[in-house]
Design a protein. Structure first.
Ligand code: PMP
Length: 408
């Protein structure tokens, strides 16, 4: 599909954005937590349940075959979107967390041993910390944490210095949900591969902001969820290089992931089904396919220019307010604006903004170790998507000034 849609026309495609909240038009700046869904996605899920609902893969009847084709078509759409070489390298999961757990679980069973190391960074979401802590606990391996500077950028030399013969995996976020930092993904892969170390990227926060090309990145694993990329919740994707997915053990046992079963021995199915035990989230997969159809109508260069414009404008405006400090000032940032105020609590700011129709997120953003690193308990975070507008930032800044007046 050709890229045709003007980015400034996209707002109207998302029905939730038309809502009034407390008598005010909604300004939705919580895209980092989840993105809104275009009508196309909502209609596709509705249509599936209305006209095609059936279990997939083993049915001989028409409904089952229709549902199977739609679900497998969605896999192919994802393959093209992220430029995966093979369709079977696209594994459907429940989401980012599920994808990371799948790999951590696989690594725990034969790929990590006492004395081995896994490297993450200081800016990880709990989803890319806890599964590795668990894997280390089971295996006796050690978790190493690459530091960041005060701007929220990975200290690359320090990261590189951690890589050694003991390192069995680097697992790092592509874009930080709290700081917006875009990590130097290709450089990370380059230095890790120079030592023969595989790399997993947590792509939860990148897929809504940029085109992802897993062949260009050359990473072994890339993990993301559907709901932050304008698709449904409960569905996500693990991309993995075939050679790795072939050698990792299955995550869960059950239907669909087997070739043959007897009480004595089970043989496992081929990729991608080896990692997809049980009835999957069929509607979610099909809905995610529709989200890809929508993304195929926009131009990622336009998304980039527009979101960078929003970020720059919001940053300039917010810095004019006394007492505000931005948390995360990396040179290379996605549209995420985390901030604290020296007198007002982020929770109070978020609550008053909600009364004024503005949805932002407050708290630790599932990055408690990062909060400790920054010596704060939480931030207020406005996170932008391509459907947001400069006018919405004006409304947000005016409301923030009003909230601070009420609080101070
Ligand atoms: N990693 C990052 C960077 C995230 O922002 C999130 C979601 N906030 C996750 C992982 C986890 O995603 P999910 O809860 O959708 O599995």
């Amino acid at each position: 599909m050709s890229a045709t849609k003007n980015i400034l026309d996209t707002h109207k495609d998302f029905p939730t954005l038309k809502r009034m909240i407390n008598g005010k038009p909604l300004v939705y700046f919580d895209n980092g937590a989840t993105a809104q869904k275009p009508q196309l996605v909502i209609d596709r899920i509705n249509d599936y349940y209305q006209n095609e609902n059936a279990n997939i893969h083993r049915g001989v009847h028409t409904l089952s075959q229709d549902a199977t084709s739609a679900y497998e078509e969605a896999r192919r759409k994802i393959q093209v979107l992220i430029n995966a070489p093979l369709e079977e390298e696209v594994i459907f999961t429940k989401g980012t967390t599920d994808g990371i757990n799948l790999i951590a679980n696989g690594f725990s069973r034969g790929f990590l041993n006492s004395g081995d190391e896994v490297i993450i960074s200081e800016m990880e979401h709990h989803s890319n910390i806890v599964p590795w802590q668990m894997a280390c606990e089971y295996t006796g391996a050690t978790l190493k944490v690459a530091p960041m500077n005060d701007e929220g950028e990975l200290i690359f030399e320090a990261f590189e210095a951690l890589l050694s013969a003991k390192t069995k995996l680097v697992a790092i976020t592509h874009v930080s949900n709290t700081l917006g930092t875009i990590n130097p993904a290709k450089d990370i892969v380059r230095v890790a591969h120079a030592k023969g170390i595989p790399v997993l990227f947590d792509g939860a926060q990148s897929v809504q902001h940029m085109a992802i090309d897993v062949q260009d990145l050359d990473c072994e694993f890339y993990v993301f969820g559907g709901h932050k990329m304008f698709g449904p919740t409960g569905i996500g994707v693990l991309y993995g290089k075939k050679e790795w997915l072939d050698k990792l053990p299955p995550y869960q046992g059950g239907g669909d992931m087997i070739k043959t079963v007897s009480f004595e021995k089970t043989t496992y199915n081929d990729l991608p089904y080896k990692f997809e035990a049980g009835t999957p989230n069929i509607a979610g997969g099909i809905g995610l396919g529709a989200a890809v159809d929508y993304l195929n109508t926009i131009d990622w260069n336009e998304v980039h220019t527009h979101e960078q414009g929003l970020l720059k404008y919001a940053t300039e405006q917010i810095l004019q307010i006394e007492g505000i400090k931005i948390i995360g000032t990396a040179k290379n940032k996605a549209g995420v604006l985390s901030f604290v105020h020296d007198k007002a609590h982020h929770y109070d700011i978020g609550t008053i903004l909600d009364q004024l129709g503005i949805a932002i997120r407050t708290g630790h953003h599932c990055t408690e170790p990062l909060m400790h690193r920054c010596k704060i308990t939480g931030t207020a975070r406005a996170s932008f998507a391509f459907y947001n507008t400069k006018e919405e930032i004006d409304v947000f800044i005016a409301a923030l000034k009003r909230a601070l007046k009420m609080l101070l």
